[in-house]
Design a binder for this molecule. Structure first.
Ligand SMILES: C[S@@+](CC[C@H](N)C(=O)[O-])C[C@H]1O[C@@H](n2cnc3c(N)ncnc32)[C@H](O)[C@@H]1O
Length: 408
């Protein structure tokens, strides 16, 4: 099979399909119909990888040549409906890396881009290899056949000390041992995004025959009595300690039509900016985009059930229920956690405080800055040197306890 060269503009775009009856809050290519959760996953991947590449690629200013790597450890193609693999992480990863590097290349910087794709299934691997062979973009690619675990030492050696974005998207949890991930996160500029298939974990966590696989995936024992939040917390904690990463946070990708979480994408990162970025992407993807594509999926489901066309509707809650609920629940908790951090540290700059809060709360940094500012007005917090006309708390401002919170 021959494939056209990826068009960066088309792989990076938020598509613009005519939806006539549908409000174009976000446009989802038709190949994703029935796989809306994959669209949302790919949207997170694309947005994060582009911003990561732009940020890390900025080191190329001033004449340094740098190499940016993208490693897709469970690449597929898998359930793709598009002839050009436009709906796969393979093509999305390539387009995003190329787009990020182009930002700096346009200004004359020298950036090399390289990508490794690992796939175990022979048929999928053959398709992957043919697809990559037909590409003529600037990313130097290589397909590795076999299990991620079998290739991980080779991948580690190939990356050397270069920055890399590592994407771990297994079918379930087998073959994605935390010890493997740890081999690739030894360098500071390495961000890792892992798909945690909560559904599979919840179904199988009590099966004795899978105990070893869970142990490998979690990097330690998984007590069967843990609920969803505790399972995620355990994974995030282990990811930090076992992989030597400073921060970890997750976003929940909802099921296409049911009111439940389908999987979580867990980020491990050393740079606090990665947390800020993830929370902004979460608001856009799990909030706005999920609201639109899930409303559309539900409408299609209902049309099928009734064999009638649904009434024209304005698609979309502004934000999907799941994100809106999490965000509303976490706002006050985030402020509490921030206040506790201020108390614990005796006062600190906002940029020293927000990373720990954003790790475990589904709020954006901007939102937290505004919440903190409201707390300053209420005298629960105070800014060491207040600015006239301020409406939020800035990164370089020092927060201390206000008179109300200081009272014994
Ligand atoms: C969930 S799919 C990947 C989907 C892809 N990342 C995307 O978003 O388009 C997981 C893929 O990993 C492959 N796979 C399963 N176990 C593997 C292993 N141990 N090492 C590498 N690939 C594996 C499967 O054949 C499948 O193609």
């Amino acid at each position: 099979m021959s494939y056209p060269k990826p068009q960066v503009a088309s792989t990076v775009r938020q598509a613009t399909i005519d939806t006539s009856r549908r409000s174009p809050v976000v446009d989802m290519p038709p190949e994703y119909e029935g796989r809306e959760q994959s669209f949302l996953k790919h949207s997170v991947l694309r947005k994060y990888l582009i911003e990561w590449g732009i940020k890390v690629g900025s080191a190329s200013r001033g004449g340094n040549t740098i190499t940016l790597w993208h490693v897709d450890c469970f690449s597929g193609p898998w359930t793709s409906q598009a002839d050009n693999l436009e709906d796969t992480s393979i093509r999305i990863g390539l387009g995003a890396l190329e787009a990020a590097a182009d930002v700096w290349r346009k200004g004359g910087s020298r950036i090399e881009t390289r990508a490794l794709f690992v796939e175990k299934n022979p048929k999928a691997f053959a398709e992957l290899r043919d697809f990559l062979a037909a590409q003529s973009g600037s990313v130097r690619t290589e397909a590795l056949h076999g299990e991620f675990g079998h290739h991980v030492d080779e991948i580690r050696d190939r990356l050397g000390n270069d920055p890399a974005f590592i994407f771990v998207d297994p079918t379930g949890f087998k073959g994605a041992a935390m010890d493997y991930v740890a081999k690739l996160t030894t360098v500071r500029q390495r961000d890792v995004l892992i798909n945690l298939m909560y559904n599979d974990i919840a179904r199988f966590k009590k099966l004795e025959c899978l105990r070893e696989h869970f142990q490998d995936f979690f990097g330690g024992a998984l007590p069967p009595e843990l609920d969803q939040d505790a399972i995620l917390a355990l994974y995030r904690d282990n990811l930090k300690t076992r992989c030597g990463l400073s921060f970890s946070a997750d976003v929940a990708i909802p099921h296409k039509t049911s009111e439940r979480t389908w999987f979580h994408l867990v980020l491990g990162v050393n740079r606090r900016e990665g947390l800020d970025l993830l929370r902004r992407i979460e608001k856009t993807v799990c909030g706005k985009e999920a609201g639109t594509v899930r409303a559309s999926a539900k409408m299609r489901r209902d049309e099928k059930r009734t064999s009638q066309l649904g009434l024209p509707m304005n698609l979309g809650p502004e934000e999907d229920w799941s994100y809106a609920e999490r965000n509303a629940r976490d706002g006050p908790k985030a402020l509490e956690a921030l206040t506790e951090e201020v108390r614990r540290t005796g006062g600190a700059r906002f940029d020293q405080l927000w990373p720990r809060v954003l790790e475990t709360h589904h709020v954006t940094r901007t939102q937290l800055g505004k919440l903190a500012f409201a707390a300053v007005k209420d005298e629960r917090l105070a800014v060491a040197r207040p600015r006239a006309g301020a409406r939020t708390v800035r990164d370089d401002e020092r927060l201390i306890l206000g008179p109300v919170s200081s009272e014994p």
